[in-house]
Each structure stands twice: as C-alpha cells, then as structure tokens.
Design a protein around this ligand. Structure first.
Ligand code: G1P
Length: 302
C-alpha cells in the first residue's frame, strides 16, 4: 500500500439558507432540525467520529449560532439536571459537547459548495480530508466513510461515494462516468457532471454527500469558475482532478466507492418525513409502540 497521509479531519458545510424548509428555518438552521430527538447535524458529526475523524470543521454562516451552542457545554441546563439527579438526561446533554473537537469558520458569501469547502483550506492545510454533507444521513452500520478512507489510503487522490438511482433522478445530483478497478466496490471516475440535464447524464451513478478530498482540491477550487446555478461546484473541481491533465503526482485521480447501503435524504420535506418514519421504526426505545401504531394508521387510511 502506498504511503499516503492519514485522513484525520472532517469538513461539514452548514452555511445553506435552508429555504426548502421555510418557515421552520427562518430562525433555526436546517441542520438543527431533529431526526427523532437529535439534530440532523449530530448524526453527521457522530459518523465522522466513528470513522476516526474527531477534528471536525463546520462551515457556518449567519444565523447558525444554535449549531455552536449545541456542540458546546450548557452549564445552566447541566446544573438543573444534576440538581434533579437526572443522570440519563445529563449524559444526553453532555454527549454532543464531548463528541469531537469542533471548529468553525464562516462562509461570508453563499457562493456554493465548492466555495464552502475552500473556506476550510487554512484549517485543513496539506492533509487529505473528508467532506460530509448534512442532507445525507448514512446508516452507521454501513461504514461508508471508513471504506472511502481505506480507498484513499490505497489509491491516493480523491474519493467520492456513488449510488445508482433511477434515470429520472440523476439530474438532481452530480453524476459520474466510471470504469472498473480490481476492487468490486471501487471504480475510477473518468468524468463528473453537476446536475446533468435529463438525457445527457453519463450514467445512473450519482454522487452522494460523502467525499475524501486530496488537498490539491483547494488550488483547483481557487481556479474553478461558477458552474451550475452560478455557484462554485465541488463537482467541477473534482472533474478537473479526475482529468488526464492532473497526474497522481499532483494529487489527481478520483475513485468512487459504489455504495449499496442505506442513505437517508433529509434535504426536502418529503424525504425528511420518510427519514423520520424510518428512524422511528428502528429506534429500540420507540419501535415497539410506533410500528404497530403506524401499521394501524396505514390500514385505516385504505
Ligand atoms: C450537492 C452536490 C451534488 C451531490 C449532492 C448530494 O448538491 O453539488 O453533486 O450529488 O450534493 O446530496 P446539492 O444537494 O447541495 O444541490
């Protein structure tokens, strides 16, 4: 195995305006919307930590203070719970503040995902790093990020996570042209297109919200012009790194891990509802009552 630098840092962009969830997101960041009883962003930070990345940089923006409060101590609340001897709730409150070394940088201008990632350049330095998008929750049992880090250790360059979807869904995502490698779940990415117009997608393999990037991506992002939606796209920078002009000696090369596990999309209202129901059905403390109730509710709907 080549001697590539270890991945130790995670970058989580959380500066978006959350307009798909208005009015809930007027004063609350969409990352703080709960999935059952935890804010969505806590699941993402937990995933990074369980992949061994406990240095987490959140890219935030205006009106995101509650995210910082969530990962900080809450002395008054802790005191009140301690006074009541409520150790279970005290543990829940403290958990998020003890999870990781969480750092923050603000993205002044909302100029796209690529620009958000570029805001991490100084914190990340010259090490490879992971990017986790909060709209996608990946089932902890599927260990996708660990696999992506292994692939980076083996091949160098950058790594994206790919999922196969129905053709009519492809234009909502970044889409990859791929060719096989010796590993059944790993492909070489030969091209990437951000949100291809229907009929022009190179495949049915879409990029989901997990990346391991070579630090070379920062220099490329600095040169990347606004693309789809007038925004600086991470997909466009990775396309450059996947191209022939960018050799492995310069941090080029993009691999894809083919993911067949469970991804929960929380990016829009309908998918958020689905996620909530799925999580509710799988929570040991809730499922026993929730699942029979849900069955009966659906039967009554007929
Ligand atoms: C972003 C990326 C896109 C990717 C998607 C995954 O898009 O730009 O390439 O497929 O995340 O969720 P967004 O959902 O921010 O529009």
């Amino acid at each position: 195995m080549a001697d590539y630098a270890a991945v130790t840092k995670a970058v989580i962009p959380a500066a978006g305006l959350g307009t798909r969830f208005l009015p809930a997101t007027k004063a609350t960041p969409k990352e703080m919307l709960p999935v059952v009883d935890k804010p969505a962003i806590q699941y993402v930070v937990e995933e990074a930590v369980s992949a061994g990345l406990d240095d987490v940089l959140l890219i935030t923006g205006r009106s995101k203070r509650s995210i910082e409060d969530h990962f900080d101590r809450a002395y008054e609340l802790e005191e009140a719970l301690r006074a009541k001897d409520d150790t279970d709730k005290l543990a829940l409150v403290r958990e998020s503040s003890e999870l990781a070394h969480v750092h923050y940088v603000r993205q002044g201008d909302p100029r796209g995902l690529g620009h958000a990632v570029l805001c991490a350049a100084q914190h990340v330095g010259s090490q490879p790093f992971a990017v986790l998008l909060g709209d996608d929750l990946i089932d902890a049992k599927d260990r996708l990020l660990e696999r992506m880090i292994e692939v980076r250790q083996r091949y160098g360059g950058s790594v994206v996570a790919l999922m196969e979807v129905d053709p009519e869904q492809v234009s909502q995502y970044g889409c990859a042209s791929i060719s096989p490698t010796a590993d059944a779940d790993v492909v070489t990415v030969t091209d990437l297109v951000e949100k291809p117009v229907p009929g022009e997608a190179p495949s049915r393999w879409i990029v989901i919200g997990r990346y391991v990037c070579d630090p070379a991506v920062f220099d490329v992002l600095r040169e990347t012009q606004p693309g789809r939606g007038g925004e600086i796209q991470l997909t466009d920078a990775l396309k450059t790194l996947a191209g022939d002009d960018f050799g492995a000696d310069r941090g080029g090369g993009v691999r894809g891990v083919l993911f067949r596990g469970r991804r929960y999309d929380t990016g829009n209202k309908l998918d958020y509802l689905r996620t909530m129901v799925q999580f509710g059905c799988e929570r040991p403390d809730l499922a026993q009552e929730f699942v029979p109730w849900l069955r009966k509710y659906l039967d009554d709907l007929r």
